[in-house]
Design a protein around this ligand. Structure first.
Ligand code: HEC
Length: 106
C-alpha cells in the first residue's frame, strides 16, 4: 500500500512537469504511469503476454471499445469487473495522459 501511495505521488509530480501538456510528453508520462500502476498485471507494450493472464494487454483494449470511453471509469476508480485490481483514482489530467498512452498503442 505504501508503495502504491509513493507511486501516486511520483505520478503527480510527473503530471505537473512542464511540457506534460504536449502529446509526445503525455505518451511518455502515460507509459511511466502504466509501468508504475498497471504493468504488474497488464502487458503495456506492443508485444508480450500480461503477467496476470486474465488481465487484458493494454494494446488490445481498443479492439473492445474506444479507449476514450475509459475516461469515466478511470475517474470513478476502475473497480467494476476488476476484482483483482486495486482501486485507482486519477485526476482528469492524469486520465488524459493515460489515455494518450493507450491511444499510442493502437
Ligand atoms: C492487480 C492486478 C491489476 C492491476 C495492477 C491493474 N489491473 Fe486492470 N485488470 C486486471 C484484471 C484481472 C482485469 C480483467 C478483469 C475481468 O476481465 O474481469 C483487468 C482489466 C482491465 C481493463 C479492462 C476492463 C474491461 O472491462 O474491459 C482495463 C481498462 C484496465 N484493467 C485498466 C487498468 C489500468 C489503467 C491499470 C493501471 C492504472 C490497471 N488496469 C492495473 C488486473 C489489474
Amino acid at each position: 500500500m505504501k508503495a502504491i501511495q509513493a507511486g501516486v505521488i511520483v505520478a503527480c509530480s510527473f503530471v505537473s512537469a512542464p511540457g506534460a501538456a504536449q502529446t509526445v510528453g503525455n505518451v511518455a508520462v502515460g507509459r511511466a504511469m502504466a509501468e508504475m500502476h498497471c504493468a504488474r498485471c497488464h502487458a503495456i507494450g506492443r508485444s508480450g503476454a500480461s503477467p496476470l493472464p486474465i488481465a487484458p494487454p493494454f494494446r488490445d483494449l481498443h479492439t473492445r471499445y474506444p479507449v476514450e470511453s475509459l475516461q469515466e471509469a478511470l475517474a470513478e476508480g476502475v473497480v467494476t469487473g476488476h476484482p483483482d485490481m486495486p482501486e485507482f483514482r486519477f485526476t482528469p489530467n492524469e486520465i488524459d495522459i493515460l489515455i494518450a498512452f493507450l491511444k499510442s498503442l493502437e
